[in-house]
Design a protein around this ligand. Sequence first.
Ligand code: NAD
Length: 298
Amino acid sequence: MNRTVAFIGLGHMGGPMAANLSRAGHRVLGHDLIPAAVRAAAGTGVEPAASVTGAVAVADVVISMLPAGKHVLGLYGGILADARPGTLFIDCSTIDVADARTAHERAVAAGMRALDAPVSGGVVGAEAATLTFMAGGGDHEFTEARPLLEAMGRKVVHCGGPGAGQAAKICNNMILGVSMIAVSEAFVLAESLGLSPQALYDVASTASGQCWALSVNCPVPGPVPTSPANHDYRPGFAASLMAKDLGLAANAVHEGGVHAELGLRAAELYAAYAERVGDSEDFSGIVRTVRERSGEEA
Ligand code: NAD
């Protein structure tokens, strides 16, 4: 069934996601604060919305893809009153679990329905419609959202109630951040022991050290030709985004009183690293920080 979708936030991720929805036959009314983003989307079949409230008023579904929780809550505050009762609000941004739950509550209080559905897969996945969606909300909302999410992604997982999608996203990325640091430290240790990166890779990638950070996004040049390390650490998944996600994980760790020493330390290390490199480097470039610091400590 073709739907009318108001798509808000046409940036690196939202632009290609909206284009894929339009390609799948849905009517997509696009809005962004940056006019150039709206113009770029218009070239992919997305109709520029004359106003965000006008688009929301005629939409069956409102999808947002914004930088952070404050943007999502701000947006909802400005548009919930304009939507038709029962409109489905799907937020695909990566935001705090607490903010996701607040957004859900506000949508429901205004007579709407809501789902959090953050993604992994990056800009490449957004362009190729191969994203993974992690959804939180009710069964009906998930069932209704599913065909839309499948038009933008390859895998769609219903993780539980409101906020469960965001919870899955930050838990996964906490594993990834910690494991990338562990893999980076192991490669630098190998260097100091005279063990070649290829030898460590050949053993660990088929042994108990195997993980995505090693076998797909290997932080040293050589063993995995497609990893950013072979392309001067061009992202990939930018250091700034990893720092953001680990910051969200750290918030949840503190709020839940969870003992997560490595997760919190990874958040600190990535915050410091991202302050230097921002979004110019893939998060696997943290291996260079490990190497530089090792030189200082030798
Ligand atoms: P981006 O900065 O490229 O895009 C965000 C867009 O939102 C911008 O164009 C901005 O102008 C617009 N915007 C902000 N407030 C708005 C408002 N009130 N109304 C309309 N437009 C508004 O960011 P992105 O890389 O597309 O990321 C979007 C979200 O996806 C973030 O939450 C990010 O953490 C998450 N994410 C990004 C990646 C990635 O690889 N880039 C991967 C997974 C998840």
